[in-house]
Ligand binder design. Structure first.
Ligand code: PEP
Ligand code: MG
Length: 769
């Protein structure tokens, strides 16, 4: 059964559209279970009915024409109960419904299993048999459940592909289909999709038409010719080392490149108007599909050769392509996984929105996007990325939703939200030079988190009082080697100078987890619990020492540097780091630099250190809570995984209790404590943190004006009362609602999601996917 299942999944994965995928499912399952009928009914969200989408065994004319209401018939019952129903004599069941147009009366046994993807009911997979004596056994039921579980995501994906082209399940035109992900950075963007993808990966090549068939043909022919020559050259070089039968493989490759073989088929597709890379992808995937399902082991292995050949041709086609990638004036960058380097490629001022399949709201790219003020949706796992190139897109970073090819009504609706947001920011500009002080005189320092130089200009214009977190890994991530001491010194000086005499807190290199350097790869099974932050740099003192030296030299004459250590999980890491910092300090002074010893602080990100705050605080000058990691580790929820995004909650009572304790314990030994996680930039979160006594709140520049405006308009007493109230609650959702309500009542409703309900309502009306 396992190999049957694997073959079905592979074939379905390679299907070109939903109809082909469903056709493969019903015919393969029917054969594998030796049953007379196999059908798929999908739930159409617009009509809320189950539509017969594919069948093997019922009349083909009924496909697309037979449908059942949401709770109608046995299919509806499977859907409502969300579990399999296995009946030996279906017609005698009270919920049985008879459709003469399907020819169904001849069938008696019925086994239906739900198709559920991420808690959403997609449809029902049904097998039927004529003889009443056949009762599908437990093994068959388990097989069908496994098929359905494995295929749910493929079906969701193909369904989404159809929706992007504006087609409903029944092939009718729909509009304003909404794809749901996770909010990455607040705001709304309206622009044109540009799909960026890793090169030499056939699977991610976008589907694009071409209007210059001759040029695509010429490009493709040139690629084939170069790959032929490459293969001949390699064969010649290896001819003395390989046996003749091994060398024969090269002949197989060359024959596959013959005009009548793969290139001929690719050329045909280019003639149909598909660009060369897309045509190559389609043909190679079709070949692979055929080979992979073959029973013969030798032939199955040939799929690997085809894939390799496809990759070689693709990389030849892609040579020089990067230069031709065009970014429209309002670019919405779309990718499987957005990287900081991709952001850097977009010409200044052209980037309006981001869409990433991977990652979640606390992934580092989302944090970067927030810092840049670019509306972002993350974790759009079912979106057919390749279809979004060149499409008009609306990115709703408040709700984590994406709309493709919107109707004029929807566009106008979102344009209004954009205009309101602009107006709100203009209104807040006046606060720039005002202190962040509550109505009863409690002062909190508002700092910014930075990484790129562009953050600095924005931070200054938003009235930041210093940098609470400079993520030094960002300049490391956009290079293709470690930056030299001199290069680092220049980056650091820019930040220090821009804010002097205000403090600039530089965090030592925090790589690992989801922050990778291409030139220093860390491959681990469990990277967030692995070699991260201070663990890496203490194991590589040469990196740490150079970085600290660059920081100290950069601070000469300014003396506003503070150094902060990430991912500390025990006292000895702090002591070792301090030892290295002192050593560099003395060396740099001996070299003649007039520098002061910077303040050194520790990040509280690991739950264990919440219980060692006093011991840590006694050794350093300040503490700063990294609530993004502290939340992920306290709740055991990967901050990067969209599947568990709904469990990641910084308003969780356990997180709030930990935050209260950290502030109390740090103050009990007289040390200041700040926070630099995303919670600080959330108006409600900032109010609670201010009530807990946090001395400074560090956030992305875009959040700063809203937070300042809220804090300046409430009293600490009011905030402390709110904190006391929410600490009695046990649900993160109730706490969030309670805080939101308090903010609304205090007149800050406009800082929460604007017109949330009306957006959702509009999307639903228009046929939410
Ligand atoms: C944090 O973990 O809260 C933090 C500020 O660090 P980063 O988001 O860079 O991991
Ligand atoms: Mg962190």
């Amino acid at each position: 059964m396992l190999s049957t299942l694997r073959n079905i999944v592979q074939e379905v994965n390679a299907a070109r559209d939903l109809h082909e995928a469903l056709g493969i499912i019903v015919s393969r399952v029917q054969a594998a279970m030796a049953t007379e009928v196999c059908s798929v009914y999908l739930l159409d969200p617009s009509s809320n009915r189950y539509i017969l989408m594919a069948t093997e065994g019922l009349y083909q004319e009924s496909v697309g024409n037979v449908s059942l209401g949401y709770s109608e018939g046995l299919v509806g019952l499977v859907g409502a109960r969300e579990e399999p129903i296995n009946l030996e004599d279906a017609p005698s069941h009270p919920r049985y419904r008879y459709f003469p147009e399907t020819g169904e009366e001849r069938f008696r046994s019925f086994l239906g299993v739900p198709i559920i993807h991420r808690r959403r009911m997609l449809g029902v997979l049904v097998v039927q048999q004529r003889e009443s004596s056949r009762c599908f056994d437990e093994g068959e039921e388990a097989f069908l459940v496994t098929v359905s579980a494995q295929l749910a995501s493929v079906i969701a994906h193909s369904e989404a592909t159809g929706a992007i082209s504006g087609l409903s399940l029944t092939g009718e035109a729909t509009k304003d289909i909404c794809f749901s992900g996770v909010p990455g950075a607040q705001g709304v963007a309206i622009g044109t999709g540009v799909v960026v993808y890793s090169t030499a990966d056939l699977d991610v090549v976008p589907e694009k038409p071409t209007d210059d068939i001759e040029q695509e043909l010429a490009l493709f022919r040139a690629a084939v010719q170069t790959v032929r020559e490459d293969i001949q050259r390699v064969a010649k070089r290896l001819s003395s080392q390989l046996r003749p039968e091994e060398l024969a493989l090269f002949d197989v490759y060359l024959s596959m490149l013959g005009d009548q073989a793969l290139p001929g088929e690719v050329a045909t597709r280019i003639h149909e108007g598909i660009w060369a890379q897309g045509a190559l992808k389609q043909v190679v995937q079709q070949y692979i599909r055929h080979f992979e399902v073959m029973d013969d082991h030798y032939l199955r292995e040939r799929a690997v050769d085809i894939r390799d050949l496809g990759r070689r041709l693709l990389s030849r086609l892609q040579e020089g392509e990067e230069k031709t990638l065009e970014y429209p004036e309002r670019t919405v960058l779309v990718s499987e996984e957005i990287t900081p380097a991709m952001l850097g490629e977009v010409p200044k001022g052209h980037l309006v929105g981001l869409v990433s399949v991977k990652g979640s709201s606390n992934s580092h790219v989302a944090i970067l996007a927030r810092a840049m003020g670019v509306p972002t949706v993350m974790g759009l796992v079912d979106i057919p990325v390749n279809q979004l190139d060149g499409k008009e897109l609306i990115v709703d970073g408040f709700e984590g939703q994406l709309f493709a090819s919107p109707s004029p009504d929807l566009r106008a609706f979102y344009q209004e939200i954009c205009d309101e947001e602009d107006e709100l920011f203009r209104g807040l500009e006046a606060l720039r030079d005002k202190p962040c002080e509550t109505t009863d005189g409690h002062r909190v320092a508002l700092l910014v988190n930075t990484g790129l130089m562009t953050d600095v200009a924005r931070s200054l214009s938003h009235g930041a009082e210093g940098i609470g977190l400079y993520r030094t890994e960002v300049p490391f991530m956009i290079k293709d080697r470690f930056p030299s001491e001199q290069e680092q010194r220049e980056y650091y000086r820019e930040q220090l100078e821009a804010f002097a005499p205000n403090p600039v807190t530089m965090r030592t290199l925090d790589i690992g987890g989801d922050k990778a350097l291409t030139y220093f790869p860390i491959q681990e099974e469990n990277p967030f619990l692995g070699w991260r932050g201070i663990r890496v740099t203490l194991d590589h003192p040469e990196i740490f020492l150079v970085q600290v030296r660059a920081m100290l030299k950069a601070s000469e004459g300014l003396n506003n540097l503070q150094i902060m250590l990430p991912m500390i999980s025990n006292i000895s890491e702090v002591e070792e780091s301090l030892h290295l910092i002192y050593r560099v300090y003395h060396e740099v002074r001996e070299e003649g630099y007039q520098i002061h010893m910077p303040k050194v602080g520790v990040m509280v990100e690991v739950p264990g250190v919440v219980y060692q705050i006093r011991e840590l605080a006694e050794r350093v000058d300040f503490l700063s809570v990294g609530s993004n990691d502290l939340t992920q580790y306290l709740l055991a929820v990967d901050r990067n995984n969209p599947r568990v995004a709904q469990l990641y909650h910084s308003y969780h009572p356990a997180v709030l209790q930990a935050l209260v304790r950290v502030a109390q314990d740090a103050h009990s030994v007289g040390k200041p404590v700040g926070i630099c996680g995303e919670l600080a930039g959330d108006p409600g979160g900032a109010v609670l943190l201010m009530a807990m006594g946090y001395d400074s709140l560090s956030m992305n520049a875009a959040s700063l004006p809203k937070v300042k405006s809220v804090i300046r308009n409430v009293s600490r007493e009011w905030a402390m009362q709110l904190l006391d109230d929410v600490l009695l609650l046990d649900s993160p959702h109730v706490i969030k609602s309670c805080v939101d309500l308090a903010l609304r009542n205090a007149g800050f409703g406009r800082y929460l999601r604007p017109a949330r309900s009306s957006t959702a309502a509009l999307a639903e009306q228009s046929g939410n996917s």
